[in-house]
Design a protein around this ligand. Sequence first.
Ligand code: SAM
Length: 270
Amino acid sequence: SDHRLTYPASPALMDWSSHYPAFVAPDTQSVAKDHAVVKPLTKPVTVADIGCGFGGLLVALSPLLPDELILGLEIRTQVTEYVEDRISALRSQYADRSPRLYQNISCLRANTMKFLPNFFTRGQLSHIFLCFPDPHFKARKHKARIVSGTLCAEYAYVLRPGGCVYTITDVEELGEWMRSRFEAFGNSGVGGEDEGGETGEGRTEGMFETIELPEEGKEGEWVDEGGQKGLVAMLVRCIREETEEGKKVTRNGGKRFVSVFRRREDPAWP
Ligand code: SAM
């Protein structure tokens, strides 16, 4: 449970150096902040895989996003340890042939429903992945779902304008739930089932824009509009095919429901 989770009081107090040793800034001293000693990195973490499970997506993303630092967050201790061992083995295996490969991925034990803003500052992330979240089918368990109005506010906070949230599930009803929460968030004209509906007076556009996606298998043919769509298509293919759960769906011949939401600019306040 949460009392054994460790998390920084604020993102500035998080020491990432053991997670990304290849990215520790050279010639800098450790900085002591509020009793914490932090060794700065050359760049911030910009990609989060929330509920990363056994880390299949992290491993696939490493060579696809070589310039980004990618973090998996997972609540189960043993699963987190498994992913840490998996990454450390891959780093050793590729140390001679491709020494940068897998240095940009890491995994951390965290309850992302509670502590996301402890790890990331406002607008820090470019991509957030919510892949095959636990469905919590019963109505009284819906509050355990990792997409809700409150959590949309946290995702909007840590995501930079223009950054994207990628969702995938094999449960159609959960796919619709996630879509309705993201589309309603920040849109005063539409109310979600929970508290997510309202911010900003008179705002009829939500904080997230739903992106139209290519058909499954046609991601490669998708026309690149100004750069980002090609990237989105590549990442959509990746969550369909490289997550452990996505692979299971392929084996069973099941369906996958994917949505991508782009964070809009902050509204201009009068
Ligand atoms: N994303 C992986 C995939 O697509 O193969 C794993 C999906 S698995 C069904 C859901 C994962 O989310 C589990 O590993 C679970 O432990 C983790 N999880 C659930 N709630 C969480 C939370 N609040 N914080 C972090 N991880 C969580």
